[in-house]
Design a protein around this ligand. Sequence first.
Ligand code: AMP
Ligand code: GLY
Length: 424
Amino acid sequence: MNKLDILVVGGGGREHAIIKKLAESPRCGRLYACPGNGGMADLAECLPVSATDIAGMVALASEKAVDLVVVAPDNPLVMGMVDALAEAGIRAFGPNKAAAIIEGSKAFSKALMQKYAIPTADYALFDRPDDAMAYIRAQNRFPVVIKADGLALGKGVVIAECLEDAAEAIKAMMEDKIFGGSGSRVVVEEFLTGPEVSVLAFCDGKTLRPMVSSMDHKRAGEGNTGPNTGGMGVIAPNPHYTPEVAKICEETIFLPTVRAMEAEGRLFKGCLYFGLMLTPKGPKVIEYNCRFGDPETQAVLPLLEGDLIEIMEAVIDGRLSEVDMHFKQAATACVIMASGGYPGSYQKGLPITGIAAAEALEGVTVYQAGTARDAQGRLVTSGGRVLGVTALSDTPQAALEQAYAAVEAIDFEGAYFRRDIGRY
Ligand code: AMP
Ligand code: GLY
């Protein structure tokens, strides 16, 4: 059997989950992670190339003669890392720059949805703060949603409750440039309500294969309060995503999106992430991402039955319709353990204990994100979201109970986690 040496770009919990799944394949050869993290070291060789260093990544992939590069984070995809790898003759999983714009520019994605009648919130696009404010004033409908056009580490969305909040957000994005060039243009959007659903789907440009649905919990605080974060926990499948809803989404959102990208000459090959809201008027798109979600991947990939290497190769080669892909009839829950203070400032370098005890529990896997090894080789915290404590079980309730039992086994100073994951 020909084995593949694979380099995974990125260093978070999502990349840990991808690496674990790749390692299960009988075709998996050597694994590299760039930059990787403290928890991957037993599966992959972690090399200090930054995820956004395109020239460095191409050079490393060539030097190691890898057979496949998996580009997981949004930044390198939007910057064109897959194109640069392809030019150097290196196979890569992930959309090219022309297709990654579906996440890279909300101006693009909103115009795409409008042109192809894909359900989403009504919106207007502005490149001058005065015009944006005049529009918000004239509309006088609150809350109103203000989004930076470009990438903003998941923090580029403000839900403004009043004119003053809106003015503050517009000023911060467009004048103070807190997100740099990403806020030069803003989308002002209708506020929608309803349960949120994340659906990740493999897509080879023409065929789309949705994975099991999931539910992220973006707010930092219990009861869905407090600031937005990169995600504090996930359950899969999402209880709101019934087969009827799935059918509507496939017909009105997923397939039209794939066809729209094809019609625009931007074939999407990779993992397409649909952030959906199930509104009283039907499912609508909140956002597209051009990649696996984090932490959704930590809950979704453990349920995947099938060979991830084979699926990724089929995506690249346009053979996705031929691939065998199923999901376990089971449930997962992922609880994020974060550094005290996250998403604000927090301490780093705090020793972490209890991961082995947690993983000794039935069905538990601890995906590491913000972890590193210190000079004495101890596992320590190194980021905001530290661990994704994940359990797989027969029922959602059992998965949640097991995930929380595992969380209890783990300790680091100031560890913060939400106790209400899965209750929304
Ligand atoms: P995003 O970074 O685009 O995923 O947005 C972050 C969060 O803001 C989403 O998960 C939603 O909870 C919320 N959000 C974004 N757009 C809207 C909208 N049009 N209406 C209501 N909530 C929204
Ligand atoms: N969990 C949200 C994201 O990956 O953007």
